[in-house]
Design a protein around this ligand. Structure first.
Ligand SMILES: [Zn+2]
Length: 153
């Protein structure tokens, strides 16, 4: 990836400043950049890398949300740490429990905010939406004629 060079420095610099995301610009302007992506292996590789990074971030932050939800669910149903906290650290049981719950809620809020930030600042929703639309189109093309004719146009 680092070995290739952009075929058009100016366009490449503009695309880099957008993190190779052209989903936000008008369709007429997009055509030129899409052509550049088709011609320039450097930029198309960078685009794939950044979109992969965005998806990875979205997956990681949503996993964090689930992790904290799970931790809170565990805390609600069993309190396995109470004994240990009471005996080893000499802490008050209720205090320790509230501390753990607060930590869980704080973590949940933080990971939710991170997840929302990823969704709003990266093109993940439109990127995944585009993939879903492409899949749907492919599926529709494979449908037999008898079913196709049933669909309203
Ligand atoms: Zn380029």
């Amino acid at each position: 990836m680092a070995k290739t060079r952009c075929t058009d420095r100016v366009v490449g610099a503009i695309l880099a400043s957008w993190r190779y995301d052209i989903s936000g610009i008008s369709p007429e302007m997009r055509r030129d950049y899409e052509q550049h992506f088709a011609e320039c292996t450097h930029c198309s590789a960078r685009q794939r890398f950044h979109r992969g990074l965005d998806v990875a971030l979205a997956v990681l932050t949503s996993l964090a949300v689930f992790f904290f939800l799970f931790a809170l669910a565990v805390l609600r149903h069993i309190k396995p740490l109470e004994h240990m906290a009471f005996n080893v650290f000499g802490l008050d049981v209720a205090d320790t429990y509230h501390m753990l719950v607060s930590a869980g809620i704080a973590g949940l809020c933080f990971s939710l905010i991170a997840f929302l930030l990823v969704l709003t600042t990266t093109p993940v929703p439109s990127y995944l939406g585009g993939i879903a639309a492409e899949r749907a189109k492919l599926l529709e093309e494979r449908l037999p004629e008898s079913i196709k004719s049933l669909r309203p146009r």
